[in-house]
Design a protein around this ligand. Structure first.
Ligand code: ASP
Length: 503
């Protein structure tokens, strides 16, 4: 492969390309200002030089915990250029997890804002730098001449560690090499087609891959990203309008919030043309409401796991087709459905979703056993991601998601998933959020809803929509839903409510 093809696989090459042909286009905006692609590239170069000056070598981890500010974007690209591994941590991560994550990442240095630094200082894990001080030093360095690139970075080098929670007791890190990250970014962009006149309103932190890749997609599209993670919910619509936002990445809880605000507002709506969903299934009723509120908008359904970034996307121009599908795999990637014996099942039959392609990450950081279970090899020797999720494909290769392994359970001898029960609940007019908890120690199948409806009304409506075994025994109405740091339903908190009250 020629050297420039190798370079194209590096994360910072995406920014270099945008800065070369679109230097004056706006790249990134936060609550206090915005930078063009040239300004962002200057900061990224300077941060790479700053890291080298502080003894950071190729392969060293750089942990950053800060609110989502535009300097964080420069740090991501700068760390990549320096050959370092960027480890963005959610600013809301609690000490309990922080301690194990920092120990696990084993960083060469840590950067944090003063309000977060206290927790990190206690850990005494690596030299700790103040975020604002670093930004100032980097700004000064960016005014001088660029120091030459001295570190050779390879596509197989890790660009980031993305910590995710889930099936393990403590967060685990997915290793994200440059080649996989840039392949996935280009594959998503091929479907989503971000444009130079797009403004992408990003409500998610860069510690979640959904937020982090928005930065890369914007570079590919020469679009502007608005970092809106720190904004209050109440001003969301106004900020979208002020910034002229055309693209809104959502998860279902954010969609519910946006539709509520939009229904109450008399002001003109922001000029959204594209809304994309991932993280959990978006109920059909919410999609319909979004389409009514933002006429002409495309609502793109997607499905992904950090372990390969994204698995399927429903192309925007097909957003009204196959309403139950989460889309099709990217060009050059494959989704297979395997039965319990590991053999592919026929079209339409449900089995485990496994993924092959250049976007499959090489494993979990320092967790060889778990990695070997999740990332297995094909007979041809390629990596294959066993998602632990269940679904089926149709004759045209479109995927239908059934649920996570953890979501599947049996009740009265019938196999079902929390996803289908939640979808039925969200179909009831007046239900704003829903989460089902399978039968457990001392409690039966329970549905939690955010709604003004009485619990018995919800159960009655569910009985109309679901076969008897799938109708929850109880319904609890909550004022606000416990959510994870990424806006997904925090099921564990709901389980604890049941265990606490019902035992
Ligand atoms: N990585 C997923 C995606 O972007 C999001 C998730 O982890 O739920 O589709």
């Amino acid at each position: 492969m020629n050297p420039s093809a190798l370079d194209d696989q590096l994360v910072h090459s995406l920014l270099d390309a945008a800065a070369a042909d679109s230097p004056t286009r706006w790249a990134v905006r936060d609550a206090t200002g915005r930078w063009s692609y040239a300004q962002l590239a200057d900061r990224a170069y300077a941060f790479a030089a700053w890291l080298r000056a502080h003894g950071v070598n190729r392969g060293d981890r750089v942990v950053v915990q800060s609110p989502t500010r535009r300097e964080l974007v420069a740090m991501f690209y700068g760390a990549a250029r320096a050959g370092a591994i960027f480890v963005p941590l959610n600013k809301a991560m609690k000490q309990f997890h922080l301690a194990s994550v920092v120990r696990d990442a084993d960083p060469a240095l840590i950067i944090a804002t003063p309000e977060l630094a206290g927790n990190l200082r206690e850990l005494d894990a690596a030299p700790l730098h103040d975020f604002d001080d670093v930004c100032l030093e980097v700004l000064n360095m960016s005014r001088g001449p660029r120091s030459p690139q001295t570190v050779e970075v390879w596509p197989t080098d890790l660009a980031a560690l993305i910590y995710t929670s889930g099936s393990t007791a403590r967060p685990k890190a997915v290793m994200a090499p440059h080649a996989q990250v840039t392949f996935a970014s280009r594959a998503i962009q091929e479907e989503m087609q971000y444009r130079p006149d797009d403004v992408v309103f990003c409500r998610f932190p860069l510690s979640w891959d959904y937020g982090l890749y928005k930065v890369l997609l914007c570079a590919l599209g020469r679009s502007e990203i608005v970092l809106a993670d720190n904004e209050s919910d109440l001003v969301l619509l106004r900020r979208m309008r002020e910034t002229g936002s055309t693209v809104l990445p959502i998860v279902p809880s954010l969609a519910t919030m946006v539709t509520l605000l939009a229904k109450r507002s008399d002001d003109p709506m922001p000029p959204l043309r594209l809304i994309s969903n991932t993280g959990a299934a978006l109920p059909a009723a919410t999609i319909d409401t979004l389409r009514e509120l933002f006429p002409g908008v495309r609502v793109v359904r997607q499905y992904g796991q950090t372990e390969c970034k994204r698995i399927t996307v429903m192309p925007p121009e097909e957003d009204l087709d196959r309403p139950d599908s989460v889309g099709r795999p990217f060009r050059g990637t494959t989704v297979r459905i395997l039965g319990p014996d590991g053999e592919e099942v026929p079209v339409g039959q449900v089995g485990e979703i496994v993924v092959e392609g250049p976007h499959v990450m090489p494993g979990y950081w320092r967790l060889p056993e778990l990695s070997a279970k999740t990332f297995r090899h094909t007979p041809g020797g390629d990596l294959r991601l066993h998602t632990g999720d269940y679904g089926s494909v149709d004759v045209d290769g479109y995927l239908y998601f059934e649920g996570r392994r953890d979501d599947m359970f049996k009740r009265r001898g019938i196999r079902m998933s929390t996803t289908e029960i939640e979808a039925a609940a969200m179909d009831i007019a007046g239900v704003r959020a829903a989460a089902a908890v399978p039968p457990g120690n001392g409690y039966d199948l329970t549905i939690f809803v955010e709604s003004d409806l009485a619990p018995q009304v919800v159960i009655k409506e569910l009985a109309i929509r679901l076969e008897p075994a799938k109708v929850p025994a109880a319904c609890r109405v909550l004022e606000t839903f416990p959510l994870t740091l990424h806006g997904k339903n925090a099921r564990q908190a709901l389980v604890e409510m049941l265990e606490g009250n019902d035992r």
